[in-house]
Design a protein around this ligand. Structure first.
Ligand SMILES: [Zn+2]
Length: 309
């Protein structure tokens, strides 16, 4: 079967200002590369439109109203110190959420086996009622709640291999036994959360903090713990918070992963997904701030999605 690639052009209108690392060129670099490669096993699909009630499962309605009121008519505004929005951010933010909905529906309806969403803004730092760290709505969390609400699934695993801890995803699912959240991340580091002691109300959160300077071998060894937890949980669906800022060339963090490591991480995860959930995996872009590293790493990631689907 094929792999879905969900994207739209609206990310180009989410302007974060000059010199901001979470810039328009990130997704352009990824998308232009996939257009050039023209892999016939990729099915291109647009994000879905969705009802606001879907967001309200994940975020407080006061917060959603606050975000909607905050999109400026012109210029830029700040949702937090480093989360900047422009007039076009409204549509981009909506398409980032809509991409994971389109991806999940595509997998559930057998349009494709698995999918990657190439969108921005990212989502995993966004909490129930707080924008943070370039993130406005928590895209992957909306996806997990959509699987529970629409498809009545009871076991969703979210694997977050972004180099930063997904404090938002942890916050949203802290007391939800239907969602297993596992994060590998640099620690101590931004956003400051993500210790091994944070386990969630139902022992459903697993944090794997790793020091600055973590190498490929050390990372892949640590990832064995992620695989062990997937084996124990036996998920019905796997969502990936796919950040590529653990790459050695990334300017925002200090891990030393190579582009090909993202192939290995993806392959190992997909092998388990076949055992438990018929290979149902949806991945969504989080961080990754060196354009060439991001381009190579997303290709490696999607190569594995295609090869092992
Ligand atoms: Zn990150």
């Amino acid at each position: 079967m094929k792999t879905g690639l969900i994207t739209s052009d609206t990310y180009q209108n989410h302007n974060t200002g000059n010199g901001h690392p979470e810039k328009i060129d990130r997704v352009t670099a990824v998308i232009d590369n996939f257009k050039k490669l023209d892999n016939k096993n990729l099915v291109w699909k647009k994000p879905s439109k969705f009802n606001k009630s879907l967001l309200e499962i994940t975020h407080n309605s006061d917060y959603i109203n606050f975000v909607e009121r905050s999109f400026p008519k012109k210029g830029l505004s700040f949702l937090d110190g480093d989360t900047i929005i422009s007039p076009g951010s409204k549509e981009a933010t909506s398409d980032a959420v809509g991409s994971i909905i389109a991806a999940i529906d595509g997998v559930q309806n057998n349009e494709f086996k698995n999918a990657f969403c190439a969108v921005r803004p990212p989502g995993h730092h966004a909490e129930k009622n707080k924008a943070m760290g370039f993130c406005i709505y928590n895209n992957v969390a909306v996806g997990a709640n959509y699987l529970i609400d629409k498809y009545k699934l009871n076991k969703i695993a979210i694997i977050d291999f972004d180099v930063h801890h997904g404090n938002g995803t942890q916050d949203i699912f802290y007391d939800n036994d239907k969602v297993l959240y596992i994060s590998t991340h640099q620690y101590p580091f931004y956003p400051g959360s993500g210790t091994e002691q944070d386990k969630g109300k139902y022992n459903n959160i697993f944090n794997i903090p790793l020091p600055a300077g973590t190498t490929s071998v050390e990372y892949l060894n640590a990832y064995e713990f992620v695989l062990k937890k997937i084996n124990q949980f036996k998920p019905e669906f796997i969502l990936l918070s796919a950040g590529f800022d653990a790459h050695k060339d990334d300017p925002l963090a200090q891990f030393h992963l190579e582009s090909k490591d993202f192939y290995d991480i993806t392959k190992r995860t997909l092998e388990l997904s076949k055992l438990y959930c018929n290979g149902k995996v949806v991945s969504i872009l989080e961080g990754g701030y060196d354009l060439l590293a991001l381009q190579e790493s997303t290709k490696m990631h999607v190569d594995a999605l295609i090869e092992f689907n």
